[in-house]
Design a protein around this ligand. Sequence first.
Ligand code: KIV
Ligand code: NA
Length: 275
Amino acid sequence: MKNTVVTFRAAKGQDKLVVLTAYDYSTARVMDAAGVNALLVGDSLGMVMLGHDDTLSVTMDDMIRHCAAVARAAEQALVICDMPYMSYHTSVDEAVRNAGRLVCEGHAQAVKLEGGAEFCDVVKALVRASIPVMGHLGLTPQSVNAFGGFKMQGKTPSAAQKLLDDARALQDAGAFAVVLECVPAALAARVTKELAIPVIGIGAGAECDGQVLVWQDMTGLNTRPLPRFVKYFGSVDKALRDAIEGYTREVRAGAFPGEEHCYPLPEGMEKTIKK
Ligand code: KIV
Ligand code: NA
């Protein structure tokens, strides 16, 4: 079944939504075939794909290139692309133009941006331009410097109230879904119950309408210290390392390539190459 923002919204209260990050064609094909509902081209690519310490230096061109690769692989999954830092902060006009590029050049079917009530003018303008918007609240990594690090959010009564208000504001502005990152599970459960749109959690407990993870985190390919909310689902790191070590061993031993990997010389050429 082809996932769209319409099927996404309709899943609320029916089926749990499965979202995974994706950044390139070959891995996105595997995820799409495995049946995830949405592929999120996250600006986390700055960290897991490019090796930066945060997401702040990710550019529009980075997002467009990776999103287009993922979109070419996605047959079933909804393709959602993050708006990178500073692509929607300076003006509503610039935000619309940049989101438009993610759709027109990156072939995103929806965009995601970080922030609540203070960005609802942007959300409304994007929705007016027929660009579906996913919100992102809680630990919003683009605010790492303002937060003083990657830390759990929603820890005080006023912060919890602001989160609830922001979630409602995003819904009222027309967002089709909201990501909640790294907040107490009970608070996320409350937001999930409160909203009519799906709440996708990451480090936000089991009561959310769906979950999202960074794929390198859940397969052992991210070598940084992982937050509590990540679960290890399979050792892609080990499988990859085993394959590469096998290749290295066989090349050094002269065992690869074998006869079966070599092209035979066309008939009648023996004389030409023999000196
Ligand atoms: O960039 C990203 O990967 C994200 C998800 C973790 C929600 O924003
Ligand atoms: Na992101």
